[in-house]
Design a protein around this ligand. Structure first.
Ligand SMILES: [Fe+2]
Length: 189
């Protein structure tokens, strides 16, 4: 039996779902730190996990409504936690390094992605009528272009090159701290 379209799940289930969705992203940060990696490697690892979550969702074509709903929400938790850590630490650093227009564009792209994410959540709740695959593919294209082409291939390496080793080390610490706290806020707020 499928739940009514706009019923709210129990709080304990929401918290468990959020914790499970964020666990791989937390582990990626911890493992990268343990191996002596920096903020850019942490971000790359998280991007790869988000890309996997898109693949999993898009491969769930015939899954039950409940399974798809869980995959949509897991993806949303991951995108939120990752994006807020970037918006609070990395985009300000890009602006402070003299790339103000580039930083502005990253914020704007991420705001658009949040709208697209909300569209996906709405479409996935409409069941028979909703075209959630189309919404998921549009969000996937926007997020991966932003992550791979704009951030990983261009702006993050430029930021890293403009900072001293000490500044990069501080950015790594700040990214870790922010991701940890944004995950907590998301789960307890
Ligand atoms: Fe990113």
């Amino acid at each position: 039996m499928t739940p009514p379209p706009f019923s709210l799940p129990r709080r304990s289930l929401v918290l468990a779902g959020a914790a499970a969705a964020l666990l791989p992203l937390r582990q990626a940060v911890a493992q990268t730190a343990a191996a002596g990696g920096d903020w850019l490697q942490m971000v790359q690892a998280q991007h790869a996990l988000v890309a996997k979550s898109f693949d999993k969702l898009l491969a769930s074509g015939n899954a039950t409504y409940t399974t798809r709903d869980q995959l949509v929400h897991a993806l949303a938790y991951q995108l939120t936690a990752h994006s807020v850590a970037e918006e609070n630490v990395l985009y300000p650093a890009i602006a402070m390094a003299g790339m103000v227009n580039e930083s502005d564009k990253l914020y704007l792209d991420q705001a658009h992605a949040k709208v697209m994410n909300a569209q996906l959540e709405m479409q996935s709740r409409l069941k028979d009528k909703g075209n959630w695959q189309e919404a998921a593919r549009a969000l996937q294209a926007a997020v991966l272009q932003h992550a791979k082409e704009d951030e990983e291939a261009r702006l993050y390496p430029q930021l890293q090159a403009r900072l001293s080793p000490g500044e990069n080390a501080l950015l790594t610490q700040n990214f870790m701290r922010e991701f940890r706290t944004v995950g907590l806020r998301r789960m307890t707020g």
